[in-house]
Design a protein around this ligand. Structure first.
Ligand code: SF4
Length: 285
């Protein structure tokens, strides 16, 4: 466990879809080799990859959340675990359920992304709060061999897609994050992935390229060696041009990719995502 004073934070940047974030883990055992959260912790001297993949639950998480909630009047959308994963293998099942329940009961809309199919265990809770939750997965490649190399402890892609379908069939607002789009995944593979999942996706949030904030020991990973020099810019230009029209009017571009799209005159949607849920939630109260 680790001691902190708060776990609910207001997002400083305007323009973020989620105006709050909740982080009650430090580190994440999914161990993604492109992990932005790990890279940021590394820059601040708080962790390296070896310590990052041994996560800690923040001490007194539930007490801190209750305290933080008392000081927030303007509820909005809250990203649950923006720098970890609420369903990583080390996640405490009871704590995550309670965090979600407290947030929903206090009036927040929850934005929940994971890379672990085990989130299906809480589908009863998601259905109970269906009018206040967007839930789904980050999928950065449809190729499970690449997935194993870059996200060693995440769920296989097929498992995530199977659960995504289940969530959607349950009437929930389902989210898929296509971020980071990897430079070594072909455009054809991404098109095939979107063709398969699109009927089960309410919104793609966010969509974006790989950032250059990567843990030091993986900056020269074979999957993206040279990313910091713009080596893959032509690939990304082509990918965005072909992919974005396939996502209809239900995607949001990651903040860090907007300048890239502007620089290359690639048009993109810039409007809020409509919330959608067909659950008859009245049966769950
Ligand atoms: S799931 Fe997210 S937080 Fe966890 S290691 Fe992967 S990128 Fe980092």
């Amino acid at each position: 466990m680790s001691a902190k004073k708060h776990i609910l934070y207001r997002n400083a940047k305007e323009g973020n879809s989620q105006n709050f974030r909740v982080n009650y883990y430090e580190g994440c055992s999914h161990g993604c080799k492109y992990c932005y959260g790990c890279a940021i912790k590394e820059k601040s001297g708080d962790a390296d990859y070896a310590t990052w993949i041994k996560p800690f639950l923040v001490e007194n998480t539930l007490e801190l959340l209750k305290e933080d909630l008392q000081h927030v009047r303007d509820k909005g959308e809250v990203f649950v675990e923006s720098v970890s994963d609420a369903y990583m293998p080390d996640a405490d099942q009871k704590v995550t359920r309670k965090v979600l329940e407290l947030l929903a009961l206090s009036g927040f809309t929850i934005f929940l992304l994971s890379k672990n199919a085990s989130l299906i265990r809480d589908i009863d809770l998601f259905k109970r709060f269906s009018q206040r939750i967007k839930v789904g997965f980050t999928i950065v490649t449809p190729n499970d061999e690449i997935r194993k190399r870059v996200e060693p402890n995440s769920s296989p892609v097929e498992e995530r897609i199977a659960v995504l379908k289940e969530l959607h069939k349950a009437g929930l607002h389902t989210v898929v994050s296509l971020e980071p789009l990897l430079p070594n995944v072909t455009i054809e593979d991404y098109l095939q992935l979107v063709a398969e999942i699109d009927p089960y996706v309410s919104s793609y949030e966010p969509v974006g390229k790989l950032s250059t904030n990567i843990p030091t020991e993986f900056i020269n990973n074979e999957e993206w060696r040279g990313i910091e020099t713009g080596r893959f810019d032509a690939h990304y230009v082509e990918l965005f041009k072909v992919l974005l029209p396939k996502l209809g009017n239900k995607y949001r571009i990651a903040e860090h990719s907007r300048a890239f799209l502007d620089r290359h005159d690639i048009p993109y949607l810039d409007k809020p995502i409509k919330f959608s849920s067909s659950c008859d939630y009245s049966t769950y109260f």
